[in-house]
Design a binder for this molecule. Structure first.
Ligand code: UDP
Length: 366
């Protein structure tokens, strides 16, 4: 370890990104924005941060080390009994080889990857590792290796929501951190346009087809924004709902995203899986946009039914349609206030900073 720790001390932190794709590409989903926001907030608090990520990444002005290599396949596309697969010239292996070489320069290594290798390697490092787990339980191999770390290094497993933690047998040993965004990037919009929005990776676990079905039934137009991860899935939706008044806007930068998102009457969130958090929920609320979400996973902990949106029976298109008819009941400024109170970058920074200090002082807390 580079130094000893006291509460007000500046920490030397190494942020290790995911091996799915470069930061800024959208391939990594919400983890990219999470890493950016935590890095920015902790930098402002006087901590020293270096990011190590796949070649081609942007690091939003923070020091960056780019590492080449073959990407990992997304964990959510595999079955429960899927083995651990690491390709030749793996960027994941190369990232962690770099971490091994420089670990003595840091107080703490911060892992953002939902991959087996960093958990397996944790006992081999002399520098402590904090793991921010960005998805719920997906495979037996991942569950086992995360649990081993939770047992051997208590307090080092962070998650985003209680619902996410509950997908693991070791839920009680996870530290729930929520998430946070930089509110100055998101402008409040009091008067929405006529359309609703859907934001996310276009992939089966996100359940886009239900939102498109609701748009077709109501005739309310919908703007879809996000990384097109699964082209075949998207084309099937277009074939199944030929009359839905939907428009695909592409994958947008955060600035462009908020410009469109804030005009929405509502954001629809229709995940089929237990969404660990759902960054897009707090991004919408920050703009004053109510969220209509399935009562499942992270969004069910973020949205207050009837106050900041509506929680709908999971997988019920009729429920979405009904909620779309009640949007006048929601006061948009209440949505913004909720994010200011619970999901600001400052609130998240406080939680992360305390988590790191607890790890470094050897305290166990969940
Ligand atoms: N996003 C973006 N541009 C877009 C659509 C989405 O940058 O056009 C980002 C959005 O800001 C959010 C992420 O994509 O941070 C989606 O994260 P979320 O937690 O909702 O879901 P995940 O993809 O991690 O399952």
């Amino acid at each position: 370890m580079a130094t000893t720790t006291s509460p007000n001390k500046s920490l030397k932190l190494l942020f290790v990104s995911n091996p799915i794709g470069p930061l800024g590409s959208g391939l990594g989903g919400g983890v990219e924005l999470t890493l950016r926001n935590i890095a920015t907030e902790l930098h402002q608090r006087g901590h020293s941060i270096k990011i190590v990520a796949t070649k081609g990444s942007t690091a939003w002005g923070r020091p960056l080390v780019e590492i080449a290599g073959a990407p990992q396949i997304s964990a959510q596309t595999q079955g429960r009994d899927a083995p651990v697969i690491i390709p030749a010239s793996s960027v994941l292996a190369n990232l962690w080889d770099y971490v091994r070489q420089v670990q003595n320069d840091y107080d703490l290594i911060f892992n953002f990857a939902y991959d087996w290798l960093p958990f397996y390697l944790t006992p081999f490092f002399t520098c402590p590792v904090a793991h921010l787990v960005s998805m719920g339980s997906l495979t037996e191999a991942m569950d086992q290796i995360i649990e081993q770390v939770a047992t051997r290094f208590p307090g080092t497993i962070g998650v985003h929501s209680h619902a996410q933690a509950a997908t693991f047998a070791f839920a009680d040993r996870c530290r729930c951190l929520g998430n946070g965004i930089d509110l100055s990037v998101y402008d409040f919009c009091a008067e929405p346009a006529s359309w609703v929005g859907w934001v996310g990776r276009i992939a089966p676990e996100k359940g886009l087809e239900d939102a498109v079905a609701a748009s077709q039934i109501t005739g309310i137009s919908m703007k879809i924004m996000g990384f097109l991860e699964n082209e075949a899935y998207w084309q099937q939706i277009l074939r199944d709902y030929p009359n839905a008044p939907v428009e695909y806007e592409g994958f947008l930068s955060t600035t462009e995203l908020q410009q469109r998102l804030r005009q929405c009457r509502s954001l629809l969130m229709t995940p089929r899986w237990v969404e660990a958090f759902g960054n897009v929920a707090i991004e919408a609320l920050a703009c004053g946009v109510p969220v209509i979400a399935y009562r499942r996973g992270g969004p069910a902990e973020i949205v207050e039914d009837g106050k900041t949106g509506f929680l709908v029976e999971p997988d019920s298109v009729a429920g979405l349609v009904e909620a779309m008819g009640k949007l006048d009941q929601i006061e948009r400024h209440v949505c913004r206030q909720r994010v200011e109170a619970q999901y600001s970058a400052k609130a998240m920074g406080d939680r992360i900073e305390q988590w790191f200090l607890d790890i470094l002082s050897g305290r166990q807390s969940s």
